[in-house]
Design a protein around this ligand. Structure first.
Ligand SMILES: Cc1cc2nc3c(=O)[nH]c(=O)nc-3n(C[C@H](O)[C@H](O)[C@H](O)COP(=O)(O)OP(=O)(O)OC[C@H]3O[C@@H](n4cnc5c(N)ncnc54)[C@H](O)[C@@H]3O)c2cc1C
Length: 417
């Protein structure tokens, strides 16, 4: 008797590791991918350097990064968590190194090396990859999936794993098809929204400073006059507003705040200095630059390109000589640097979002197996699920953990039948 067949839909990180693991457990595995090449989004990850996991060792802290849904991941992380991910890739010829923010990257080879290791894994298990084969629909009978309908072909199996990703960066192949398959199987889909996404602002001054990175600043989100969220780190100014790690990480909250109230942002350009200390510092700089214009006296405090925007908002004439600055003007300038205002005007959208928030509702999935509670031979893994995390390797780790678990439990299920 031949081994049972597992069909994996989608050849991203979740699908590749699920396919490899199911094959390692002895199943025959078919991986269906609509692109000519697998892992297109994986190749782009981390600017092609691939931040594939995070070195945070406290599991509670790690899982809290995914918000309240993180507790769904306890079981899959216990089986194949960050530590197992590191040893999986190291043992497969991808040495890793830890960088700022506990981020793990390949020491050499970037995302190409990560994809090559995964392709070796599926090759070792004899996984058959159907490339350029789009899944269109699925056929269910008596609470079981019989087959997936591909363009011009059908594929039958004993168990099916949907790993079609979210609907962001759709040019990589993730166009939200998995949500349609999940709904067809009776699942609830939490409405997908862009996450880790650049933010458009009403103010146009970032345009003049586009490409500039503001380092060691803090960004505060205010909703209806109350602090909603705060991040410290790097902010990138762009032609449409703001991007970079802290803006992206806060984007989901910004969109939420805009939906339910009035949202505004402030940048503390000098978070290490209290307001009185900053006032003194500006006063000292103005004494030092006596006889010069305002625009030429702030260069030790601020990046050059930001000075015109700061002076325009103060408002202070760029041409005025600093010696004439009043205490009140210095006070106002210090207040502005501690609370530089920006008004969010929405997120840039799915085509710019690093991940999708929302997806297949977790209450209908068994966390120990990734199996559907509604259709006995259906499993899910990766970003198609209602799970997303911040930048730092958290999104790929979720794919490794859920994919590995889905692969092994789909194989266990199929062998027991
Ligand atoms: C620019 C960018 C940088 C990123 N950097 C990082 C990073 O450094 N670290 C990190 O942790 N995360 C990063 N991410 C997020 C991470 O890449 C994703 O979370 C991850 O790729 C999701 O994996 P997945 O397997 O669930 O889905 P995907 O990678 O989206 O793969 C889904 C696959 O399914 C295929 N597919 C879809 N529909 C069908 C269908 N109907 N039939 C057949 N095949 C189908 C698609 O073609 C695709 O190959 C980044 C994302 C982007 C866009």
């Amino acid at each position: 008797m031949s081994a049972p067949q597992i069909v994996v839909i989608g050849g991203g990180p979740a699908g590749l590791i699920a396919a490899g693991r199911a094959a390692e457990k002895g199943a025959r595995v078919v991986l269906v991918e609509k692109n000519q090449t697998v892992g297109e989004k994986l190749l782009l990850s981390g600017k092609r350097r691939c931040n594939l996991t995070n070195a945070e060792e406290d599991m509670d802290v790690f899982l809290s990064k995914y918000g309240p849904n993180g507790k769904f991941l306890y079981s899959s992380f216990a089986g194949f968590g960050p530590r197992e991910t590191v040893s999986f890739f190291q043992s497969r010829g991808v040495p890793l190194k830890e960088e700022r923010g506990k981020r793990f990257f390949p020491a050499t080879g970037g995302s190409e090396g990560v994809l090559a290791a995964l392709l070796n894994y599926v090759r070792e298990g004899g996984v058959t990859i159907y490339r350029k084969r789009e899944s269109l629909n699925l056929e269910i009978r008596d609470g079981r999936i019989l087959r997936f309908i591909l363009r011009g072909q059908e594929v039958e199996g004993d168990a099916f794993i949907i790993c079609t990703g979210g609907k962001s960066f759709s040019k990589t192949g993730s166009t939200g098809d998995g949500y349609r398959f999940a709904r067809r199987a009776g699942h609830t889909v939490v409405p997908p929204v862009p996450a880790l996404c650049p933010v458009r602002t009403v103010e146009k001054w970032p345009l003049a400073s586009r490409g500039m990175t503001l380092r060691n600043i803090s960004l505060t989100l205010w909703k209806n006059g109350e602090v909603e969220s705060q991040r410290f780190g790097e902010l990138l100014l762009t032609h449409f507003g703001i991007s970079g790690p802290i803006a992206m990480d806060m984007s989901k909250e910004i969109a939420g705040a805009m939906k339910t109230g009035s949202a505004r942002l402030t940048i503390d350009l000098k978070p290490a200095l209290s307001l009185p200390v900053l006032q003194n510092r500006i006063g000292r700089d103005f004494e030092k630059f006596s006889g010069r214009k305002f625009k030429d006296s702030l260069g030790e405090l601020l990046p050059r390109g930001l000075i015109p925007a700061v002076l325009a908002l103060a408002p202070l004439s760029e041409e005025k000589i600093v010696d004439s600055a009043s205490n009140q003007e210095i006070e106002k300038l210090a207040e502005l640097l501690k609370s530089f205002p920006l008004t969010p005007d929405g997120l840039l959208g799915f085509d710019w979002a690093i991940v999708t928030s929302g997806g297949v509702a977790l209450k209908e999935i068994e966390p120990r197996t990734m199996r559907s509670k509604l259709v006995e031979n259906l499993f899910f893994a990766g970003e198609v699920l209602d799970l997303d995390g911040p930048t730092g390797g958290f999104n790929l780790q979720m794919c490794w953990s859920t994919g590995y678990r889905a692969g092994e439990s789909a194989a266990d299920f199929a062998f027991l039948r």
